[in-house]
Write a protein that binds this ligand. Structure first.
Ligand code: ADP
Ligand code: MG
Length: 361
């Protein structure tokens, strides 16, 4: 799968752009704060229905405008599809596929597959558990509409349960009404745990293979799922934590408290790994994401590399570049770095300055 062309209007500082992309490497370079990440963000929105850096869609609209548009044409074998995103100050964001508006932006998952890699992702291993859950959720939502639905329903029921817990503190008789939310939480929660378990097993295996390609054979990477509760005991644990949950006004067990851990030769990378080992493990997990999408959906995702090359040492830069030859890649960087230069001959190169994007090569 690859993006053929993309048009933006009044999207952040990019007032107008029509860009034809190469089915290969596309390099966007220019000074800081000129619109490179803005451009990637517009692609990401056409993939997941939301921005990777803000929940507030209004921020996406150019300061001097009332609406922003993004239009993308994607090619998958001999099928062309069109995605339109329309963001206005007054209404909810509208997304259409081939001219047909979607009821919910989450319906977009699975139309344009992307894997995004920004400097923050290099912190994946050290970051808060919520970032690692986000990493898993976005990947699984792209791959499974069922997962996406279960997650949405779970989060809705969780919110209601937490509200009710707070009300029970004042009005204990309401305790009897909790079961309605509990049964939903258990139903959706169990499927989430089950899907995450399978996913992390696959992620671990594919990251292990990637890691083997780039590190010495002495190092073995593995990733483990640390569920807050396993499927079978979830209902019981939820029940047993009720009094504590009422006191705190929040739910203490369930997939919203899950985590994953990274190990090298059995040692926890978060605790014992050097910064280099942590970064390499994060790169491998991202590369494994590409492999998982390819295997499960049968299509190659588009890789979005936002300014990460400069964060990696030469060796890791080359390793990353060597791994991406079979997927369309959009790279942003401030200057054409050495690792990119060797590919520049076969890449399309664009200059980004003050929101104006020009193709140079
Ligand atoms: N809604 C908006 N309207 C106009 N300009 C914006 C908007 N949102 C962000 N910007 C501008 O975009 C620039 C940052 O762009 P960004 O793509 O993050 O930079 P970089 O090229 O470093 O990746 C800043 O100058 C910021 O003021
Ligand atoms: Mg940037």
């Amino acid at each position: 799968m690859y993006i053929k062309d993309i048009s933006l209007s009044c999207f952040r500082n990019i007032e107008n752009a029509h860009i034809e992309l190469k089915n290969g490497i596309n390099i966007f370079y220019g000074p800081n704060a000129n619109g490179k990440t803005n451009f990637l963000e517009s692609v990401y929105i056409c993939s997941t229905g939301r921005s990777h850096r803000t929940k507030n869609d209004k921020e996406l609209i150019n300061f001097n405008s009332d609406e922003a548009h993004v239009k993308v044409f994607i090619q998958n074998e001999n099928i062309t599809q069109r995605i339109d995103a329309h963001i206005t100050r007054g209404n909810k964001k509208g997304i259409a596929v081939n001219g047909i508006p979607l009821k919910k932006s989450s319906e977009l998952f699975g139309t344009l597959y992307t894997v995004i890699f920004s400097p923050e992702d290099l912190q994946l291993i050290k970051d808060a558990p919520s970032q690692r859950r986000r990493f898993i959720d976005i990947e699984l939502c792209q791959l499974s509409k069922v997962y996406c639905y279960n997650l949405q329903q779970y989060m809705k029921a969780l919110k209601q349960r937490n509200n009710l817990l707070k009300e029970i503190q004042k009005e204990p008789s309401l305790k009897e009404t909790l079961f309605a939310w509990d049964s939903q939480i258990v139903q959706y929660g169990k499927s989430i745990i089950n899907q995450r378990k399978k996913f992390v097993k696959d992620l671990s295996f594919k990251s292990y293979i990637r890691h083997k390609q780039i590190s010495s054979n002495e190092e073995q990477l593995s990733i483990e799922y640390n569920p807050s509760s396993d499927e079978n005991s979830f209902e019981e644990k939820l029940f047993n934590s009720l009094n504590r949950d009422i006191l705190s006004g929040s739910t203490s067990v369930g997939p919203h408290r899950d985590d994953i851990s990274f190990y090298i030769n059995g040692n926890d990378v978060r605790v014992y790994g050097s910064q280099g080992q942590q970064r390499t493990a994060a790169v491998c997990a991202k590369l494994a994401e590409i492999d998982i999408i390819k295997e499960n959906s049968g299509v190659s995702p588009v890789l979005l590399l936002d300014d990460v090359l400069s964060e990696l040492d030469k060796e890791r830069q080359h390793m990353l570049m060597d791994c991406i030859n079979s997927v369309q890649t959009i790279i942003t960087c401030t200057g054409i770095e050495d690792s990119v230069k060797s590919y520049a001959g076969e890449a399309a190169v664009f200059n980004v300055k003050k929101g104006i994007i020009n193709r140079e090569i």
